[in-house]
Design a binder for this molecule. Structure first.
Ligand code: SOE
Length: 360
């Protein structure tokens, strides 16, 4: 492959187009263009993200040979149709999570991407914090020991009021699950990524705190979910996912308890990994000389210069683009991981509906 910058474009002009385009630019790509819900919207988005071209529609964008990678950053229910068109155009693709609103659609996209022979990734970006990779490396090296239990949470408050609303609340635009599909998917991806174990069965409760919301009308998606689970290796898992937890803004927390040590990662304090032990528990602050290689490669700034959410997104984009150029970066979240998230979401909703365990 030439080392000219990759040309990237965005389908969708909202908040995630901003995050993705900042990451793409920092990862060395050329921001060729963007298309949104209308030609006027495309022009507004192009000005805001600094794209060369405001494409009138998806077809015009996909016809541009200067575009190597397309980022799909639209509401969930459009992912399957738009990503299918991107793959048919032979472009590499980044599709926001959830990959699709059903397991069947997610599986279809995984199969189409494999048939097209392109790179197809999903931004489970919390994998890209160096201290997450450090936790994963400690587990893999046996420093945690046999995994006994996992406690996890992903708590936000942006939908706390009855007049808070968003397309994610609507079943038609967001899919059957909201809180769990939107942020529980990150939590479960991180749990399985760090532990190397897999959820085997789940028992779930969901709750919808407002029967109606401002612009959605009647609400059929959950504001929060509680999940009890067991992993294939037998660990007991307890998870809480909520978008109505006052004061919690992006409170993703994962804590593992093993025979030898515990580990705790908090997304809002990403430079630190708490290491618990019978004696000598400590807050392990990122120090590049002490990191395992896969964590060190993501530590692009010296200690004491905090790496955060946007840096993790940049690392995800950089690894996606490296894969487009033919390398195989460790831990890249691909469409198979999007299918996994869809399966877990399905199992959680089924369990909440039936009141019994769902097997995975
Ligand atoms: C809203 O819940 C949201 O933007 C999610 O959609 C993202 O995946 C998460 O990283 C932050 O919160």
């Amino acid at each position: 492959m030439s080392h000219a910058p990759l040309g990237v474009a965005f389908i969708g002009g909202g908040f995630m187009a901003d995050v993705h385009s900042r990451a793409a630019r920092a990862a060395g790509a050329r921001i060729v263009g963007v298309t949104s819900s209308s030609p006027a919207g495309s022009r507004v988005a192009a000005d805001r993200i600094g794209a060369d071209v405001a494409f009138d529609d998806v077809d015009a964008l996909l016809a541009d040979p200067a575009i190597d990678v397309v980022h799909v950053v639209t509401p969930n229910a459009t992912h399957h149709e738009l990503t299918t068109r991107v793959l048919a155009a032979g472009k590499h693709v980044v599709c926001e999570k959830p990959l699709a609103t059903t397991v069947a659609d997610a599986l279809d996209l995984e199969q189409r991407a494999a048939a097209a022979g392109v790179v197809a990734t999903v931004p489970f970006v919390y994998r890209f914090h160096p201290m997450v990779r450090e936790a994963r490396a400690r587990v893999a090296a046996g420093q945690v020991g046999q995994l006994f239990s996992v406690q996890g949470a992903y708590l936000q408050d942006w939908l706390l009021a009855a007049d808070d609303d968003n397309w994610r609340v609507s079943t038609e635009a967001g899919g059957a699950s909201r809180a769990f599909a939107d942020i529980g998917s990150h939590l479960c991806d991180l749990l399985e990524f760090v532990t190397g174990d897999r959820l085997a069965r789940v028992q779930a409760l969901t709750s919808t705190v407002f029967a109606e919301r401002a612009s959605t009308g009647p609400v059929h998606t959950e504001d929060l979910a509680g999940v009890l689970a067991q992993t294939h290796a037998g660990a007991v898992v307890s998870l809480l996912v909520s978008q109505v937890a006052p004061g919690r803004k992006n409170g993703l927390v994962l804590e593992l308890h093993g025979a030898t040590e515990s580990l705790r990662f908090e997304q809002e304090r990403p430079e630190e990994l708490w290491i618990g032990a019978r004696t000598g528990s400590r807050a392990h602050l990122r120090n590049n000389d002490e990191l395992h290689p896969d964590a060190a490669r993501l530590a692009v700034l010296p200690p004491g210069h905090p790496l955060g959410y946007q840096d993790a997104f940049t690392a995800f984009a950089a690894d996606t683009y490296a894969a487009v150029r033919g390398t195989h970066p460790e831990g890249l979240p691909v469409f198979a991981d999007g299918v996994r998230a869809a399966r877990i979401t399905d199992a959680v909703l089924a369990s909440a509906r039936k009141g019994t365990w769902s097997e995975l």
